[in-house]
Design a protein around this ligand. Structure first.
Ligand SMILES: Cc1cc2nc3c(=O)[nH]c(=O)nc-3n(C[C@H](O)[C@H](O)[C@H](O)COP(=O)(O)O)c2cc1C
Length: 435
């Protein structure tokens, strides 16, 4: 059976599944139950003390549903922990003592001054916690007070606070990044420059969930008014995965450990983040929607996958997908695919025909001999994949790669197997040696 254990910055956990800093980790009773259910670690709900935290008591959460009412996006305007700091610290000490094999990381957010960070770090170290995560990501409420994403959006602040933390604690320091920036490589580089042991990402994305068209207010509202909140859940996974990939393949942050967060709901999501370079993964929305026991399916699913693929440990596939992430100008323009429709499983719904005809390349045509049949015209197909994306029967439309020696019916070019990307393409006026 595959070994799921992880060792992230020297912090050991029996599996890579940690609960992200959020309501599931905000008090002893939750975290004990989480550990009993099998979670490998937690990042305790963000602690701070100064100034005191007061949350709204109207709706804090809002939801984006799929048509079958599954939660695909989730939004919140909750602040950091509003419970007394000492209560949290006492609870952290007790839980860590009773679950020594689980990762106990404490998330922190205090104003940008060295004395505040020094003071809270000393108190956290005293609990026996394994590490700290600096919350430079929260995009609502705290950012208006110059904390959270207000720090995470300024690389110089990230570097400065990380340096203070490294100076004042021996615990590993994880810097949690905000996605509310243009290029995530800059804050990640700043974290590394400040001495961070790792980065974690993503925190939530700024969002307004909707508009109540009867009351003509944004949604959700507290006493008729609302404020932008942090977006998370399955819908943000592609954004998180891209940001993880950008950091994993950036030479300036090469080797910097990453804890992946954002929309992770299944073992498969987790495996994708690990293949993209993450050493652990963190989960929030899925636990809030389905409860703590989902970790059991996550562990067994990941172990089965690893057994099937022959991976004995997480290290065997961690980062394996990173070298496949390239800039567009490095892609092979000599690679040609054509759609192929399997007539035996096609249900003749015609959706591929409609979308290709109306919005793509008019490459799917219909014949009628009592029943409708749909066919691909290779002379028009550009291999865009839209028909595969909308076909309701998985596997019915596939993409076939043209082999060397075959002629592309659209361009008349013979596939010769040679590699040519945009950087070297004859149509690129900027290519080396041109002009
Ligand atoms: C209600 C709620 C409260 C959160 N509170 C915190 C927090 O205190 N500190 C923090 O770093 N992240 C906080 N987060 C963000 C999560 O830790 C996580 O980064 C984000 O939700 C993305 O993961 P997910 O898609 O699995 O939910 C919160 C998220 C939610 C939904």
């Amino acid at each position: 059976m595959a070994d799921l254990s992880s060792n992230f910055l020297g912090i050991k956990s029996p599996n890579p599944f940690w609960l992200a800093s959020a309501p599931p980790t905000d008090k002893e009773v939750n975290v004990r139950r989480a550990f009993e259910a099998g979670w490998g670690g937690v990042v305790w709900k963000t602690l701070g003390e100064d100034p005191p935290v007061v949350n709204v008591n109207g709706p804090r959460y809002a939801t984006l549903f799929s048509p079958d009412r599954r939660v695909i996006g989730f939004n919140n305007i909750e602040l950091i922990s509003d419970r007394p700091l000492q209560t949290n610290l006492d609870e952290i000490r007790r839980v860590k003592r009773d679950f020594p094999d689980r990762a106990m990381v404490v998330s922190l957010m205090v104003p940008v001054n060295e004395a505040s960070w020094k003071a809270i770090l000393e108190r956290v170290a005293d609990t026996g916690a394994d590490g700290v995560e600096l919350n430079f990501g929260c995009p609502h409420g705290m950012s208006e007070r110059g904390m959270g994403s207000a720090v995470g959006q300024v690389p110089e602040y990230i570097q400065q606070v990380t340096e203070w933390c490294k100076k004042h604690t021996r615990m590993p320091v994880i810097v949690k990044l905000t996605p509310n920036i243009t290029d995530v490589r800059f804050p990640a580089r700043a974290a590394r420059a400040g001495g961070a042991d790792a980065v974690s990402l993503i925190n939530t994305i700024n969002s307004v969930m909707g508009v109540d068209l009867d009351r003509m207010t944004m949604s959700p509202v507290t006493d008729g008014q609302g404020s932008h909140g942090g977006y998370c859940g399955p819908a943000v996974k592609p954004i998180a995965l891209n940001m993880v990939a950008e950091i994993a393949r950036d030479a300036a942050t090469a080797g910097l450990p990453i804890s992946g967060i954002g929309g992770i709901s299944t073992w498969r999501d987790a495996a994708e983040f690990i293949a993209m370079g993450c050493g652990t993964v963190q989960v929030c929305t899925a636990a809030m929607v389905y409860g703590f026991k989902i970790v059991q399916d996550m562990c067994s699913g990941l172990a089965n996958f690893m057994d099937e693929k022959g991976y004995a440990s997480l290290a065997d596939f961690q980062g394996r997908a990173v070298p496949t992430v390239k800039n567009w100008n490095q892609l092979n323009l000599n690679h040609v695919e054509k759609a192929l429709i399997a007539q035996d499983s096609c249900i003749q719904c015609g959706r591929c025909h409609v979308v290709c005809e109306d919005t793509s390349h008019q490459a799917i045509w219909a014949t009628k001999d009592g029943q409708r049949h749909f066919h691909v015209n290779d002379a028009e197909c550009v291999g865009c994949n839209l028909c595969v994306s909308i076909c309701p029967v998985p596997g019915t439309i596939t993409m076939r790669k043209l082999q060397p020696g075959e002629t592309d019916a659209r361009t008349g070019r013979v596939i010769d197997g040679s590699y040519q990307n945009w950087t070297t393409h004859p149509n690129n006026p900027m290519r080396a040696g041109c002009g």
